[in-house]
Ligand binder design. Structure first.
Ligand code: BTN
Length: 257
C-alpha cells in the first residue's frame, strides 16, 4: 500500500479545499462505513472525517450485499459529513456519484457513466459502488473503487465488476474524491450537481426493468427528479423510483461503456 499515504491524500485535497478534514489511512478494516459509524457513535470522531483503507474484510454494498475489497488493487473510503437536517438524502447520493466522476476525469482520460442510482461504469463494467448511510451524527458516504483487477480476476459473485485499469495513484484519487465531496457538500442544492449527474447518466429514454411487489415490471426512463428519484413511464402511466435498482435486460450495459 505504498501509494496510500494520508499526507499525499491531504496534498491532493488541498488543491480543492482551504481547510482539510482529519484523514486516517488503515491497511485493513472490516468496513470503513462500519468503523466510522462505531467511532462517531462513541464520540471518537466528528464530521468531517475521512477514513481510507487498502483492504476490507467485510466490505458492505447496497441492498445487503458484500463488496469485494482485496488489498492493493482498490480504494475503499468513507467520509463522515454533516450535510444539515434539511438536505434531501437523495441529493447526497447524486452528489457522491458526481464527485467520484469528477475525480476520475481529472486524473485519467476515462469518462465514467452513472447507472442509477450511483454505480459507476467504465467500458461496460462496474468500477465503483457508493453506499450512503444516515446516522444520528451525520451521514457516512462510503465509496469503493476498483482501480486494478485483483490477481486471479474478479470472482463470479462480483457480477459486472471491472476496474479502471488506469495509471493512477490511489492517494491522489482519494484526495480528489474527498475534496470534491466536501466542496459539493457546501451547497448540496446547487443545480449544477443535477446537471452533471444527468449528463453522465445514459439511461434516459431507455427501457429498463425493476422489481415491485415481487414482480418484474418494464418501464421507459424519462428523467432524474430533483431529489434523485428515477422518473419512469410504465403501462400504468408516469411513476418515480426512489430506491432499489434497475436492470437493462438484454441491452445489458450498452451505453455504459
Ligand atoms: C454497492 O455497490 O452496492 C455499494 C458499495 C459500497 C462499497 C464501499 S467501500 C467503502 C465503504 N465501506 C463499505 O463497507 N462499503 C463502502
Amino acid at each position: 500500500m505504498r501509494d496510500l499515504r494520508a499526507q499525499n491524500v491531504a496534498a491532493e485535497m488541498a488543491d480543492l479545499l482551504p481547510i482539510l478534514p482529519p484523514i486516517q489511512v488503515e491497511a485493513e478494516v472490516d468496513s470503513t462505513n462500519l468503523r466510522l459509524k462505531q467511532a462517531a457513535r462513541a464520540g471518537r470522531v466528528a464530521p468531517p472525517y475521512l477514513l481510507i483503507a487498502d483492504c476490507q474484510t467485510a466490505g458492505r454494498g447496497r441492498l445487503g450485499r458484500a463488496f469485494l475489497s482485496p488489498p492493493g488493487t482498490g480504494l475503499y473510503m468513507s467520509l463522515l459529513c454533516d450535510p444539515g437536517r434539511d438536505t434531501d438524502p437523495g441529493r447526497i447520493t447524486l452528489l457522491a456519484a458526481v464527485a467520484v466522476c469528477r475525480a476520475i476525469e481529472d486524473l485519467t482520460p476515462l469518462r465514467p457513466r452513472i447507472k442509477w442510482v450511483n454505480d459507476l461504469f467504465v467500458r461496460g463494467r462496474k468500477v465503483c459502488g457508493i453506499l450512503a448511510e444516515k446516522i444520528d451524527e451525520g451521514v457516512i458516504i462510503g465509496i469503493g473503487v476498483n482501480v486494478r483487477t485483483p490477481p486471479g480476476g474478479f470472482p463470479p459473485e462480483a457480477g459486472a465488476a471491472g476496474a479502471l485499469e488506469a495509471e493512477i495513484d490511489r492517494s491522489r484519487l482519494a484526495g480528489r474524491m474527498g475534496g470534491y465531496l466536501l466542496r459539493l457538500l457546501q451547497d448540496p442544492n446547487d443545480p449544477q450537481i443535477l446537471e452533471d449527474y444527468r449528463s453522465r447518466m445514459p439511461l434516459i429514454g431507455r427501457e429498463i426493468q425493476f422489481q415491485r411487489d415481487g414482480q418484474t415490471k418494464n418501464a421507459r426512463v424519462t428523467g432524474v427528479a430533483d431529489d434523485g428519484g428515477l422518473m419512469i413511464r410504465t403501462d400504468d402511466g408516469p411513476d418515480i423510483l426512489r430506491c432499489g435498482e434497475v436492470s437493462l435486460g438484454s441491452q445489458a450495459f450498452s451505453g455504459l461503456e
